[in-house]
Design a protein around this ligand. Structure first.
Ligand code: GLA
Length: 325
């Protein structure tokens, strides 16, 4: 039995990949997963550095891999405050930036639209804590809101609907279990629905660690989001064995931490299954522990083991416990 077989009636099981891991992790990827997301290769700043000339070489390789191996693909992401060519903001007016964004969305849709079942139209536009919130609003400060105004997100969804009529359109964010932030995320999606903005889903990144968030927070937030009339995708899940940048370094994963991680994964997947009418895709942010962004973040060079397969691509305790659900 594999992950994708286990949850075939519940949700897609995905992994984030890059041009290297589609080769080095091919066997594992094609055996266990049926959906992929490009870790970076389809981000705005990765396909164009000046906003004018595009280079699709790396994204094309991954799209071809998905096609050849009959895997579904999530698109990530059109509108974000990171990894975006700064040139598009220079001397931009509201109208010119809207035009630039619409052209970008159309370009990505023309190239990959046929393969995409879901798309993170906007990523992380909600402010983290009260003090960063724009007066009266819910958004983090960014050139998007500064130049276009508070309807920038609505505009991106309308443009995406026109360009990608068959893909489910998602808003994606992190710290989605935080009580304050979850209210703002809820308000954004609810407001879009009420205004007739074509939002189909909410993406929950789920970058967790073995202590935080606690499971009650997770349940509370999922219950809140399930009241929205949208699909929920788990988009970037991993569970770090470190809780804090100052934690003592582990040379090998401590058994206690590994057991905690496994039980959290099991609880989480059980919960996603309970909500399987709502949760229709669950993506891990990586394939196996030999390649994870958490080796560089938040501490550069600190090895972490956040995924379901170990450094030799063998199933971990977490995988076994998930398969016991
Ligand atoms: C955020 C983004 C992802 C990725 C991760 C870190 O969650 O949405 O695209 O950059 O950070 O790898």
């Amino acid at each position: 039995m594999t992950l994708k077989e286990k949850f075939k009636d519940d949700f897609w099981v995905g992994a984030a990949v890059n041009t290297r891991t589609i080769q080095t992790h091919k066997e594992l990827l094609t055996r266990e997963f049926n959906s992929i997301t490009c870790e970076n290769e389809m981000k705005y700043g990765e396909v164009t550095s000046d906003g004018i000339t595009y280079n699709f070489q790396r994204a094309d390789k991954i799209a071809a891999f998905a096609h050849d191996n009959n895997m579904a693909m999530r698109m990530h992401t059109f509108l974000w405050h990171n990894q975006t060519p700064q040139a598009i903001f220079e001397n931009a007016t509201r109208q010119s930036l809207i035009h630039t964004l619409m052209k970008h969305i159309q370009k990505m849709a023309d190239r990959y639209g046929d393969q995409i079942y879901a798309c993170d139209v906007a990523n992380e536009v909600i402010a983290d804590s009260q003090d960063k919130i724009l007066a009266g609003g819910i958004f983090r400060k960014s050139p998007w809101v500064d130049i276009i105004g508070e309807d920038f997100c609505d505009i991106a969804f309308h443009a995406s609907k026109a360009a990608l009529p068959n893909a489910a359109l998602f808003y994606n964010d992190y710290n989605e279990w935080d009580e304050g932030k979850s209210k703002r995320i809820y308000a954004l999606v609810k407001g879009m629905k009420e205004r007739g903005v074509p939002v189909d889903g909410l993406g929950l990144q789920c970058h967790w660690n073995i202590k935080s968030p606690n499971f009650d927070q997770i349940k509370r937030a999922l219950e809140l989001y399930s009241r929205l009339d949208v699909k929920l995708h788990i988009t970037e899940m991993d569970i770090s064995l470190y809780v804090d940048p100052a934690d003592p370094l582990m040379e090998k994963p401590f058994m206690q931490a590994v057991e905690k991680q496994a039980s959290l994964y099991k609880q989480a997947f059980s919960l996603f299954k309970q909500y399987s009418g709502k949760v229709t895709s669950v993506t891990l942010w990586g394939v196996a522990d030999d390649e994870t962004w958490l080796d560089q973040f938040p501490v550069n060079g600190r090895k972490d083991w956040p995924l379901l397969f170990d450094e030799s691509h063998e199933p971990k305790l977490a995988w076994q416990q998930i398969m016991d659900i």
